[in-house]
Ligand binder design. Structure first.
Ligand SMILES: [Zn+2]
Length: 254
């Protein structure tokens, strides 16, 4: 009898514990949503949906083998793109950054060592972003204007730092071909061409763990770019895409 009473009490304690945890989880969620609203204006996920503009973006470079090949393809079709670079890699590939800048591409910040901002504090994030800003500026003479957080992670500290630096946070428009997993050239082409809409920010990578002479991303690009140009799309840098977004918003206000 006594054992049964103990078991019942223990069960009750466990149930109360679980409900308290659920309530506090819900509160955290509400809190998270509240602070995100304060920074909504900084976050860009797509461009103007009324114009046939697209932004090609490449993360995780510069890479001494893959990036120059991507630059060659962009040059071949006279297309501009944006590169979200890792500061640490910039140190060893200064010439590539110089070439990207001179050929009219935009260079964005992707942290110094590819950290997850939601797992790091203010000082660490500030250093990662600040060091990358400095190393890019030492080569091109200008600071990157936009930041893309690795793993699409968002944190309040990161948003605050980006706001202070007067930058934008650039994500992507859910057109994600997962090219870094090497899913096959046809799969990359299909994911992008099926998902494309006006104002899309396309995420690709100028880095791959598979060190083949030509990455699948590079092969796919040689198909995607001419296809989309033929469909009447124009490729612009992220800052240009944002400018068109602002123009659109201003027009609506008039
Ligand atoms: Zn990345």
């Amino acid at each position: 009898m006594r054992k049964t009473i103990y078991a019942l009490i223990l069960g009750a304690i466990v149930l109360i514990g679980i409900s308290i945890r659920n309530i506090s989880n819900r509160e955290t969620e509400v809190f998270e949503n509240t602070w995100k609203e304060d920074y909504e204006d900084l976050i860009v996920k797509y461009g103007n949906t009324n114009e046939k503009l697209l932004a090609l973006t490449f993360d995780d470079g510069p890479d001494e083998d893959f990036t120059p090949q991507i630059l060659d393809i962009l040059k071949k079709y006279n297309v501009k793109a944006t590169f979200y670079v890792i500061g640490e890699k910039v140190q060893y590939n200064k010439k590539i950054i110089k070439r990207q800048y001179e050929e009219g591409h935009e260079i964005g910040n992707h942290t110094y060592t590819h950290i997850n901002v939601s797992k790091n504090g203010y000082n660490k994030i500030n250093k990662e972003i600040g060091d990358t800003q400095s190393v890019v500026k030492s080569i091109t003479g200008v600071y990157p204007k936009t930041f893309r957080p690795p793993y699409r992670a968002i944190s309040k500290d990161m948003c605050e730092i980006i706001k202070q630096k007067d930058m934008n946070i650039v994500l992507w428009s859910y057109v994600d071909a997962r090219d870094w997993e090497s899913p096959g050239v046809t799969s990359i082409v299909k994911s992008i061409e099926d998902g494309i809409q006006n104002g899309c920010i396309i995420l690709l990578h100028d880095y791959n763990k598979v060190r083949s002479p030509k990455s699948q991303t590079i092969e796919a690009l040689d198909i995607i770019i001419p296809d989309l140009l033929e469909k009447g799309y124009k490729f612009v840098t992220i800052s240009e895409l944002i400018e068109h977004l602002e123009k659109n918003t201003n027009d609506e206000k008039k």
